[in-house]
Design a protein around this ligand. Structure first.
Ligand code: FDA
Length: 394
């Protein structure tokens, strides 16, 4: 005979999605336990947004999420929107500002967002087991039995909110994927997303010599996929928001194209300069548009007046400035990736409740699922929305 469940709900993972889930469960007086193997909750929240947590985005749209099943996220994002989370933030008297492109950051440190989530969880109905390992999950007729380092726990419903593989040094594990395999659920292959590119050979040496130089550029893979934001040269290759964004779409060995003067028309730009600044060298002229070090080390323009440049030289310069192709040797991997692409195949889940269709009572939320947002608050919004969808239906 099965023992009586002790909890109505156990949430594994006290990150963004898990804490949101437990907080919403508390409001419904659902007897909940939240478990994390880290000694403290929300480590990613604390380091997010450069310490100021970019907690959502004003421009949340489903087409800014990558998934093998792109329509899956629509329902949850519609039912718990960025405005719902903003309302929660305001109700705790937290102030915030829009940085750029709809990205909302706390005025305070990101601890403030974590404090809100913890405050929401504060209830006689919510227990926490931190620094607690879950070694086994067993399906019973009326729920689940968990074997943990704190002993056995019984629950009617189980939410997997243990995230993806990015940043193992702060606690990321493959726990969610192990549970998926145990219940014979399909997984979409994972790879690091929102991650800097690495370079090799001559290009790496060049990047090293330019480390710290930032330029606003339009970075593209093809006509459909491009981002215009800063790029940043590093000691390993290239980073910056435009690179992180494009990295989620990048496939190995694929060239990446850079337009370093995205406001200019290539033909008109060069022709105009050849007319108006004919006697000056190109590097002199470009100093009004691009950093000096980048012009000297990267473009290495011929040292002669604009008017004397040959057709071949002009075409080469145009290519370097407007359609420069660089093939990364790889990415920095999960060590520095902000997110994990892939994960639990959403076709296994109900988009209404995040419940596994063939295992009633089992739910997956947040980054463990194959839904990955753009840089800029999109991933936290998915954590809030997927957690809300889950609790709305429990
Ligand atoms: P999350 O990773 O937050 O939480 C998972 C929890 O499960 C962790 O507490 C972990 O310890 C626990 N866990 C893992 N394995 C376990 C196991 N075996 N047993 C028990 N517990 C286990 N997004 C955004 O929208 N705005 C931003 O500003 C940023 N900034 C940012 C910076 C950096 C450096 C990173 C790495 C990531 C971001 N992100 C972001 C992405 C964002 O942090 C991420 O998408 C969410 O935290 C995902 O929330 P989850 O709750 O799904 O996983």
């Amino acid at each position: 005979m099965n023992p009586n469940p002790k909890y109505d709900l156990v949430v594994i993972g006290a990150g963004a999605a898990g804490l949101m889930c437990a907080g919403l469960a508390a409001k419904k007086d659902i007897k909940t336990l939240i478990i994390d193997h880290n000694p403290k909750p929300g480590r990613k929240i604390i380091i997010s947004g450069g310490g100021r947590c970019n907690f959502t985005n004003l421009n949340i749209q489903p087409d800014r999420y990558l998934s093998q099943n792109p329509r899956f996220c629509i329902s949850a994002l519609k039912r718990y929107t960025q405005h719902d989370f903003i309302k929660l933030v305001k109700s705790h008297s937290l102030t915030f500002h829009e940085k750029t492109l709809g990205q909302l950051f706390c005025d305070q440190k990101s601890h403030a967002i974590l404090a809100i989530l913890q405050e929401e969880c504060r209830s006689k109905h919510v227990d926490t087991h931190y620094q607690c390992e879950v070694s086994e999950v067993r399906k019973l007729d009326n729920g689940f039995e968990l074997t943990t380092s704190n002993g056995k726990v019984f629950t009617q419903k189980l939410v997997i909110a243990s995230g993806g593989l990015s940043m193992p040094k702060i606690g990321a594990t493959n726990f969610a994927y192990k549970i998926a395999k145990q219940f014979e659920l399909n997984l979409i292959p994972t790879r690091p997303g929102l991650v800097p590119f690495t370079l090799s050979g001559e290009k790496l040496e060049l990047a090293k010599s330019l480390a710290g130089v930032a330029i606003e550029a339009k970075v593209s893979l093809n006509k459909k996929t491009s981002f215009r934001e800063n790029i940043l040269f590093t000691h390993r290759g290239i980073s910056g928001p435009a690179i992180l964004q494009i990295s989620s779409y990048w496939q190995e060995s694929q060239p990446v194209f850079f337009n370093f003067l995205p406001d200019e028309n290539p033909e008109e730009f060069i022709n105009e300069l050849r007319k108006t600044r004919a006697k000056e060298n190109l590097d002199q002229v470009l100093k009004s548009y691009l950093p000096k070090k980048f012009i000297e080390l990267f473009l290495r323009a011929p040292q002669k007046p604009m008017a004397q440049l040959s057709k071949v030289e002009i075409n080469k310069i145009k290519e370097m400035l407007f359609q420069c192709s660089i093939t990364p040797s790889g990415t920095e991997g999960y060590r520095t990736a902000e997110v994990t692409l892939g994960g639990l195949d959403t076709r296994e889940l109900s988009s209404k409740s995040m419940e596994v269709q063939k295992v009633p009572g089992l739910y997956f939320i947040g980054e463990s699922v194959d839904v990955t947002g753009w840089l800029g608050g999109y991933n936290f919004q998915w954590a809030w929305s997927s957690a809300s969808a889950c609790i709305e239906n429990i």
